[in-house]
Design a protein around this ligand. Sequence first.
Ligand SMILES: [Zn+2]
Length: 413
Amino acid sequence: MSNPLHQDAASALGVEEQLRYARHLILPEIGLDGQQKLRRASVLVIGAGGLGAPALLYLAAAGVGRLGIIDPDQVELSNLQRQVLYDTASCGVTKVERARNRLLALNPHLQIDVYPEAFSLANAASLVAAYDLSIEGSDQFATKYLANDACVLAGKPYVGASIRAFSGMLSVYAAPGGPCYRCLFPEMPDPETVPSCAQAGVLGTVPGLFGTLQAHEALTLILGIGEPLIGALLTVDLLAMRFQKLRLPRDPNCPVCGDAPTIHTLAQTEWVCANTPRFQANEKLATGPAVPAAELPWLSLEASRRRPALRWIDVRTGAEFAAGHISGAEHAPLDQIESLPARVGSNDDLLLYCQRGERAVRAYHLLKGELKGRLSLLQGGYDAWLRGGLAETAGGSTVGGMEPPSLAVVERS
Ligand SMILES: [Zn+2]
């Protein structure tokens, strides 16, 4: 004898699902038919960061039946200001694993496929082909172009977003008849000319809004309702609270989706180091091919302690320096670095640092040849120094076996 309350013969959805999706089922635009479309759908989310985190939460809550998540990173403390999938206890755990657990706790009816690796030339085509559509939420241009070309070549639409500080833009690319990302930006920009979020900063609600909009576009595409942003670009300035919807036609001269495309395989995609960690990729780009970053005079925190005569030079912005810096460090922001040589003696031994290392590399190349004294770079930058201090405060072992310099105390204004 079965309990009539648990029979679902009257609906294609079980009792639990009828309750869970009640606010969808009551909408004439969704209803049972729409909910079943969502259940049968699959979405690949490229990057489980600021954009991917809210997108995944809403896709899972809505009942999209199969979600793929690709991201090589582990959760870091500096992610938590915007990546709402994770909590403090998630730090150090692989993002895709933490995301899977959280999403299954939210909605156990789903299949969650996780790929703890970078989206790269080796996996892009097969991954994109295995899902109905994708959401591209990476902060690296190489990944954006690779995702675009993979989706165009596979004939699969994707929802792309780019954000910075207080603004962003969003569109549906590679849909039938619609434009692609290369129709808007045919060539990948020089990454040196475009600061990453780590360098430029971003208010946490900005990726929150754009990731949510990406999930919304994916849902309306699956449901076949409304007017998705195909052939249209949404730009948002969240300081002025200005939303603009611009027409974005397909470019017949586009190198990948145009009438006579020049890119026919992913191997032809112009991409740089998408499968290497961000720090290494940027180092390589910033130093150029002539001097591999590994050959620069990096000093670990431990090694720097053995050089008491070092002058510590912080090349970050004034706001970053004011928020906290290594005690005793002098401030010489990268955009005014050319004034530094006039301030130092001919035999001064300088140690450059920024937040992670990218800008210190640029400062090194700008200063090299302008100084007589020794010039070194702090391995891992201020982040590594903070981590060392955090580990010490927690009574745990220090990161990478390094200890912070004894002179160093964080100054907070
Ligand atoms: Zn195109």
